[in-house]
Design a protein around this ligand. Structure first.
Ligand SMILES: *Cc1c(COP(=O)(O)O)cnc(C)c1O
Length: 332
């Protein structure tokens, strides 16, 4: 597809690796081979999927003359960390609105991403209660900064709008080029489905290149239908932006909501098991909030024979391991 009409910064040189996971595949049995697309190794402080979205979002901000980025996320947000990271690299100020989804959980001196925000030099962190109107909070921040002569650019939560999702249409194309070169016939792609930009961009990208590989999302917060509709809407918007004439069929958006547990960022047994398996068998660090629950979902789908014998599954590893250190108790 043609991305040249979109403003873009090139943060990734080449492609992130696709690796076979022989030990995990053997351990699970069921005749399924597992492969992983290592988007956890994307550039930007500590890596992860938001870098692909920020290639387009930061470029849009720079094109519009911004000198400041404002974004929002949970208190341990990988998206906030990577926005702070690319802001630092580009010489932009960065301000964060952090949603304390569970009352009393924010700690000023917490480690993980919270520490990295500071290290990366964010100008401010504003902690707001769970359920706050984050778009409004970001607008308020922008107004205050404009009163001081700044030119802020607001990036939505997770970088998930049709600009950010372009990054994952790019990833679909990059992945397919690798698979063609490796002569690797993948039957299914599994990825986390959160603020939806990753899932939607991947679906739009795969449709645009007629790759015909089903993409399934493992939910990290919402219920199946709500998430599928959110992904479908953003995939349609992205497809239109990219000129994908075939559009996106509603049936091509599939989400599983059986692995969320009690809620967003709340550990589950399956997640703990999956994080340990990936670490001990393949030396790959997952995270407790996204990739760990997604891997738990994938493992369960394999164990319950949802994939035919001989299937090759590609797991999109979106990163997030900096949050592991704040969840140590769950693993001990
Ligand atoms: C944000 C994030 C996701 C989810 O991606 P969305 O585009 O928000 O759906 C998955 N994994 C990690 C590590 C993330 O930080």
């Amino acid at each position: 597809m043609n991305y040249t009409r979109f403003a873009r910064r090139h943060y990734l040189q080449g492609s992130t690796p696709i690796e076979h996971l022989p030990n995990l595949s053997k351990h699970l049995g069921g005749g399924v081979e597992i492969f992983v697309k290592r988007d956890d190794l994307l550039p930007g402080a500590a890596g992860g999927n938001k870098t692909r979205k920020l290639e387009f979002l930061v470029a849009d901000a720079l094109e519009k003359g911004a000198d400041t980025l404002i974004t929002c996320g949970a208190i341990q947000s990988n998206h906030c960390r990577l926005t702070a990271s690319w802001a630092a690299k580009e010489g932009l100020d960065c301000h964060l609105i952090l949603e304390e989804r569970v009352e009393g959980t924010y700690q000023e001196d917490a480690g993980g991403n919270n520490f990295l925000y500071e290290l990366l030099g964010v100008k401010s962190k504003t902690v707001v209660p769970g359920g706050s109107d984050l778009a409004f909070e970001m607008e308020e921040k922008a107004r205050a900064l404009m009163d001081h002569g700044k030119h802020p650019y607001i990036i939505p939560g997770g970088g998930s709008n049709s600009i950010g999702a372009l990054g994952y249409a790019v990833c679909a194309e990059e992945t397919m080029a690798q698979l063609n070169q490796m002569m690797l016939d993948i039957s299914h792609i599994i990825l986390p489905s959160g603020s939806a930009g990753t899932h939607a961009g991947m679906v739009a990208g795969m449709a645009g290149i007629h790759a015909d590989i089903p993409v399934s999302g493992i939910n990290v917060a919402r219920e199946k239908l709500a998430q599928e509709e959110m992904v479908h809407e953003l995939a349609l918007e992205s497809a239109e932006k990219l000129g994908v004439l075939s559009g996106i069929l509603r049936e091509s958006v599939v989400c599983y909501d059986g692995y969320v547990g009690e809620g967003y960022a709340i550990p589950t047994e399956g997640m703990v098991e999956a994080v340990k398996l990936f670490a001990r068998l393949e030396s790959i660090l997952l995270d407790p909030v996204y990739s760990g629950k997604t891997a738990a979902g994938m493992i369960d789908l394999i164990n319950t024979r949802c994939f035919d014998k001989g299937s090759k599954i590609l797991f999109l590893h979106t990163g997030g391991s900096p949050a592991l250190g704040v969840y140590m108790d769950s693993f001990r």
